[in-house]
Design a protein around this ligand. Structure first.
Ligand code: SF4
Ligand code: SF4
Length: 643
């Protein structure tokens, strides 16, 4: 009882501290979509779906996790049995089938531990670089001791004739029991107490270690995003001064979800392994960023709860350069088995640097100034926005005119950048050929504010969000097609927070619909085409099949190894289109992957990807045509009807 009391006290004190910390976090509403949250618990936590994205480590973790779920009642049985050897859990403790399961899962956990040791000590994957491996080793020893002492207890209990269950069901414990000689009753006491002490030691150690995730991961997954995954939480500027929050300067500015995020990290390194910034030698590692914030939160927690002074996160727990290295591609979030939302942390740190400290990469200054001054990051006159469409006879909706069936949201890149414009011209020709009723806003369309938001200037973003929503609502727009995945994400996932509710689709989705309906009839081709998934399309917005359907209609598709929701960024996201890149270029890494497929064409579906990958092809001196899928489709149609 004393051991239980000490372990309970150590666990309880730490748990109370953590609960008080999370309760001190800034508010955030995650009460929507309860059905989706329950589904995530079932699929991600119980089913271990994200872990199974990597088969061997996934199976290793699942064996240990599922094993402990089954073995949990045996811990209660051991506690009762330690106090009085005649006590056990009513009914379950005498069931042969349950004891059979226990033996099976004891083996499963041991197999999981052996696999974990093999992965850590023999394979040594780079993703563990920076993780606390000694602590992980110690936990593995504890796990092995938990199941070995349990096995010893059951075997000696059978040997001493004390088992309440039919011993023959316990194939493993029973086999071992035959090897126990005299003194089985003494050994039974030794093993049960060894088991109880290991379990209680584990309990006391748990909340002080990274294995706290055993408790917090399920909570974090439950409160993770279920819908609109590309959406950033808006800042509220209408609150009283003492409630205003400009991102995160100190751990006292973190939301409660951000706090739970940090104490849920298992240090598995899956995020680091897929991060394009880390892969190309930048300072940023999403794993080390989360660990850095967690360490600072736990170290400064007492001061936070006492209302004392807190130090800035940037420059202490997190190096400033890592905050700017992120391209907001979301690969880390997608990969993280416990639903940590790294991008929210990074954008919150950026918000504070940009809006309160006026500290941001110098080269992005002109982009921010141009967005604020003239409504587009290219700094071109707003009046020139629709010039490209004049020759094509595209209808521009003037104030008071009726809304078309579909509004084509052109985006700044297509309006002002020649390479990106080709996709808009092709899309327009295809919509015209299919007889779609569409129009554009012309000079009344302004930047969605996406680059300003992703770099951290929430204030500028919100002013554009309000302006554009007023224009769209005033024009009676309900359905929008966008060529730019960043515009698509902002219009579809973020403008809802500002009163804009639209059905938003990507041009590849609309074109795939037209293809299916027989309103576009391309000529099948044989050229090898590899398609690059844009992060904001494939990962943040689940558009993966339609661009492929278009590619398959005009050529021979060939996949790159990193594809669909596990795509690799082009390097432009998170306002990096306007930032200088340090280290090896991300776009070149992606181009090399595309070249290795042997394709002649690299198809894209994003104006930023077009520019970045085309730059990559040029700087590497490769022979690869980078072109939007809409252009491939338009060219194919022209083959059928050259007029
Ligand atoms: S969003 Fe992309 S670039 Fe940023 S930390 Fe995650 S994986 Fe790395
Ligand atoms: S943030 Fe997630 S993916 Fe990254 S190390 Fe932690 S648990 Fe693993």
């Amino acid at each position: 009882m004393a051991a239980l009391g000490v372990a309970g006290l150590l666990f309880g004190r730490r748990a109370l501290f953590l609960v008080r910390l999370v309760r001190a976090g800034k508010p955030l509403d995650r009460s929507d979509d309860i059905a989706g949250r329950v589904r995530n618990e079932a699929v991600i936590v119980l089913g271990q779906r994200k872990l199974f994205q990597r088969l061997v480590p996934g199976a290793m973790h699942a064996l240990i996790f599922w094993g402990f779920l089954v073995l949990f009642p045996t811990i209660a049985m051991a506690l009762l049995g330690a106090i009085d050897r005649d006590w056990t859990i009513p009914w379950l403790g005498s069931q042969g089938w349950f004891m059979l399961l226990v033996d099976v899962f004891v083996l499963a956990v041991l197999a999981g531990v052996v696999a974990a040791v093999w992965i850590r000590k023999v394979v040594r994957p780079a993703r563990f670089h920076g993780s606390r491996l000694r602590e992980a080793d110690f936990i593995l020893v504890l796990i092995a001791l938990v199941v070995l002492t349990l096995l010893g207890w059951h075997a000696t209990r059978i040997a001493a004739g004390l088992s309440e269950w039919p011993a023959q069901w316990s194939f493993l414990s029973n086999a071992i029991s035959h090897r126990v000689g005299g003194g089985a009753r003494v050994l039974e006491r030794v093993f049960v107490w060894a088991h109880v002490l290991v379990v209680l030691g584990f309990l006391a150690y748990l909340p002080h270690s990274k294995h706290l995730h055993i408790v917090t991961a399920a909570v974090n997954v439950f409160f993770g995003r279920t819908r609109r995954r590309g959406r950033l939480e808006p800042l509220r500027f209408d609150l009283p001064d003492d409630e205003l929050r400009f991102g995160a300067a100190t751990v006292g500015d973190l939301t409660w979800k951000e706090m739970v995020d940090t104490v849920s990290c298992t240090e598995c390194g899956r995020c680091q392994d897929v991060c394009p910034a880390y892969a190309t030698g930048k300072v940023l590692s999403p794993k080390l960023l989360i660990m850095g914030i967690r360490d600072q939160l736990l170290a400064e927690g007492p001061a936070l709860l006492a209302g004392g002074d807190l130090s800035p996160i940037v420059g202490n727990g997190v190096p400033e350069q890592s905050v700017w290295d992120c391209v907001t591609c979301g690969a880390c979030v997608h990969e993280c088995p416990v639903s940590i939302e790294h991008v929210d942390h990074i954008v919150d740190l950026r918000r504070n640097l940009v809006m309160l400290e006026s500290s941001f990469p110098q080269e992005s200054e002109s982009m921010l100034r141009d967005v604020e001054r003239v409504g587009n990051p290219w700094g071109k006159p707003q009046g020139d926005r629709a010039q490209w469409a004049e020759e094509l006879g595209v209808r521009v909706i003037d104030e008071g005119e009726p809304a078309p069936e579909i509004l084509y949201w052109v985006g700044c890149a297509a309006a002002y950048d020649e390479r990106a414009r080709q996709a808009a011209e092709s899309t327009v020709k295809l919509l015209q050929a299919a007889g779609v009723d569409f129009a554009i806003l012309g000079a009344r369309e302004a930047c969605t504010g996406d680059p300003a938001r992703r770099i951290g200037n929430e204030y500028v973003f919100q002013s554009y969000a309000e302006q554009n929503v007023a224009t769209l609502n005033g024009a009676g727009v309900t359905k929008i097609v966008a060529s730019c995945p960043h515009c698509l994400n902002t219009l579809g996932n973020e403008y809802g927070d500002f009163g804009g509710a639209y059905e938003v689709m990507h041009h590849t989705q609309l074109l795939a619909d037209l293809l299916r309906e027989g309103r576009l009839e391309p000529v099948p081709g044989e050229a090898k085409i590899t398609y690059h998934d844009s992060c904001y399309l494939a990962r943040h917005n689940d558009v993966r099949d339609e661009p492929r359907q278009l590619v398959a209609a005009v050529g021979e598709p060939v996949e790159m190894p990193r594809n669909r929701e596990r795509t690799f960024c082009c390097g432009a996201g998170g306002a990096h289109m306007w930032m200088e890149e340090r280290g090896s270029p991300i776009n070149e890494e992606r181009v090399r992957e595309a070249v290795e497929t042997g394709a002649e064409t690299l198809a894209v579906a994003c104006p930023f990807c077009t520019v970045m990958l085309d730059d990559g092809v040029r700087s590497l001196g490769k022979q690869l045509r980078v072109v939007d899928v809409s252009t491939l489709l338009a060219e194919s149609l022209e083959q059928r009807d050259p007029a």
